[in-house]
Design a protein around this ligand. Structure first.
Ligand code: AMP
Ligand code: MN
Ligand code: MN
Ligand code: MN
Length: 285
């Protein structure tokens, strides 16, 4: 199948840390010319039925999706799963465990921010949470903008709630092996999300790609909102080097905050195998 399809296989709804509903995302994707769509909420499949129904109503071919938080080499890495059976018990149980520590982490983040004089952030962030199981740093960022602590959410992630800054609380997510296994056992394809964003040494990055492959991972995001030209070229090369298929997704969260809107990315290069070639039988319409 051709690379030149306006597929958007990475975005977030109110079921995780996006600001739009699955229905609004489906309509926005259709209006922006998306031809194949997946909603990939963090560690959560609760929006899948709504997304599928809205995609069907809009005449938009759909793949199920999720973005799983993984701890690798001491940092957080995200693995997107596409085309899974979204009722698969092992996958559902794995995601439930992965979501498990978020509430406690959020309270500790709030306590840490209180130590630098910013009080009540846990309660404030809750106003932005659509799914009580999924309080995220994005919700903290929106509240810190609301109270004028920062001008925008990007500034929040520069000054607070990231490694070494007030409000950061280290957290242990799923293992790489578990995340890939949950996805593949549920009939899906695992994809390394936005690799250009990780602060890994070249050796650690090689280990990430090698271990991901060894566990049964098959794809990497080449085109995504956080990547520039150098990343497109680098990870196109990695597709060949590691024998991976390529994915494309905006990582859209919100009209106000996101680098790329739904479907607004360059096409994948013609030289790669697109991930949808492996997922023909999983496309729902
Ligand atoms: P969490 O899963 O709660 O740790 O939150 C991670 C989310 O925060 C990511 O999925 C992004 O939506 C957002 N995020 C992380 N780093 C940044 C950043 N530097 N700028 C903007 N948003 C970020
Ligand atoms: Mn997010
Ligand atoms: Mn991510
Ligand atoms: Mn994402």
């Amino acid at each position: 199948m051709t690379s030149y399809i306006n597929a958007d296989l990475h975005c977030h709804s109110v079921v995780s840390d996006g600001t739009l509903t699955p229905e609004a995302l489906a309509q926005r994707a259709k209006a922006n010319g998306v031809e194949l769509w997946a909603l990939t909420d963090h560690d959560e499949l609760g929006g899948q039925d709504r997304a599928l129904e809205a995609a069907r109503a809009a005449g938009l071919p759909y793949l199920t999706g999720a973005e799983i938080s993984v701890t690798f080499a001491g940092i957080t890495v995200h693995i997107v799963g596409l085309g899974m059976d979204h009722k698969h018990p092992e996958l559902l149980a794995g995601l439930q465990t992965t979501r498990g520590g978020r509430e406690q982490r959020a309270r500790e983040m709030s306590d840490d921010l209180a130590r630098v004089g910013i009080k009540g952030v846990y309660e404030g962030a809750l106003k932005y949470v659509g799914n009580p199981d999924l309080i995220s740093r994005s919700h903290f960022a929106r509240y810190l903008v609301e109270i004028g602590a920062c001008r925008d959410t990007n500034e929040v992630f520069r000054k607070y709630i990231t490694e070494g800054k007030p409000g950061f609380v280290p957290h242990r997510w799923a293992s790489l092996a578990d995340a890939v296994r949950w996805i593949t056992h549920a009939g899906g394809v695992a994809v390394i999300a936005h690799p250009g964003r990780y602060k890994l040494t070249p050796n650690e990055e090689f280990a990430l790609f090698s271990e991901f492959k060894a566990h049964g991972g098959q794809g990497v995001e080449v085109m995504t909102g956080a990547h520039g030209q150098a990343d497109f070229a680098k990870y196109t090369g990695f597709c060949q080097e590691f024998g991976l298929v390529a994915s494309r997704g905006s990582d859209f969260h919100s009209p106000e905050e996101s680098h790329a809107d739904l479907g607004q990315l360059p096409y994948l290069p013609g030289s790669v195998t697109p991930v949808w070639e492996l997922l023909q039988s999983r496309i729902l319409q």
